[in-house]
Write a protein of this length. Structure first.
Length: 318
């Protein structure tokens, strides 16, 4: 459904014109949520062509996974945003996340298949429409993957929608790919997405809780854990497991938000510095760090108001 004159502005039309896959997602979103227009104007206003092209490529892959269910996905995205807003109200009133244990998150989120079905849909759309998510994905593709060694091995924890793993599979230098997920249903979603995208190479995807993994000493050259640590009661133990699994000189890509309430976020960092300290305390040396505030908010304002900041770290094991 195309955006109508009263549902958009010429500025946004002009911005999205060269990027038909992004525009398709935006059109569908505004069809069910016209009030999201102002946010979307801000979201794309300052994106440079290179970023827009990468986002359009991601959107193209996402649309292949979505198939003919785009209307359902964007409706679930709106629902997810409203769920997040309720958590944000709680957080700003009380100064902490509503949940603090995995058992609580399982009871309210992970143990409810219908809820998880909608949540996973919403997260995929957010990878296109949320600026920090898009930037983090670009950093993974441009700053992390190309630096992994020829013949290297790759481990990803929590592959989710499968698109990080997809791009790892497109990296000829990588000889072996492995992924862990605690949820059988999530693994099924990942495998289905990779099959839809035509990934033919062997990827070992196993049901494995990173907090109870058998030690894998020095097996991997690269590891990825994106938007996972905030769901764990002991993110330090998860990082220790990955530190052990990496070879000396191996690199890790980590993405986690601070001050970012969500229905299943249980571990709260209150500043990017606190998050980076946790990474360093597990033995990693940080090479690159990026702080990405939510759309429409400067980093200074996000710090002052305790608004969500997505933190990306690329680090190495000495």
């Amino acid at each position: 459904m195309a955006m109508t004159a009263d549902a958009t502005t010429q500025q946004l039309e002009d911005k999205l014109g060269p990027y038909p896959q992004i525009k398709q997602v935006v059109d569908a979103t505004l069809a069910v949520w016209p009030q999201h227009l102002r946010y979307l104007e801000k979201r794309f206003a300052d994106d440079r062509p290179e970023s827009m092209e990468r986002c359009n490529e991601f959107a193209s892959l996402g649309l292949k996974v979505i198939g003919d269910a785009l209307g359902e996905y964007v409706a679930d995205y709106r629902w997810m945003c409203e769920e997040f807003l309720a958590e944000e109200f709680f957080f700003q009133r009380n100064g902490h996340y509503r949940l603090s244990t995995f058992a609580e998150a399982y009871r309210e989120v992970y143990g409810k298949p219908a809820y998880m079905h909608r949540y996973v849909h919403g997260i995929l759309i957010s990878q296109i429409l949320w600026h920090p998510h898009a930037v983090a994905f670009n950093l993974f593709r441009s700053r992390f993957l190309p630096e992994l060694p020829t013949g290297g091995s790759y481990l990803e924890v929590g592959p989710g929608h499968g698109l990080f793993l997809y791009f790892a599979a497109q990296t000829p230098a990588l000889a072996r790919l492995e992924a862990w997920d605690v949820s059988p249903s999530s693994i099924a979603e990942t495998k289905a997405a990779l099959a839809t995208l035509g990934v033919g190479r062997e990827i070992e995807i196993v049901e494995q809780d990173v907090l109870s993994a058998v030690p894998r000493e020095g097996e991997f050259d690269g590891a990825v854990i994106s938007e996972v640590l905030e769901h764990l009661e002991r993110p330090d133990r998860a990082l220790q497991t990955l530190h052990s699994a990496l070879r000396s000189g191996g690199r890790i890509f980590i993405n986690a938000p601070v001050n970012s309430p969500a229905p299943d976020h249980i571990y709260l960092w209150r500043s990017p510095e606190e998050f980076r300290s946790l990474v360093e305390e597990q033995g990693f040396e940080i090479e690159q760090a990026y702080d990405l505030p939510q759309t429409g908010v400067t980093l200074e304002k996000a710090r002052k108001l305790n608004v969500s900041i997505s933190c990306v770290v690329i680090a190495r094991k000495p």
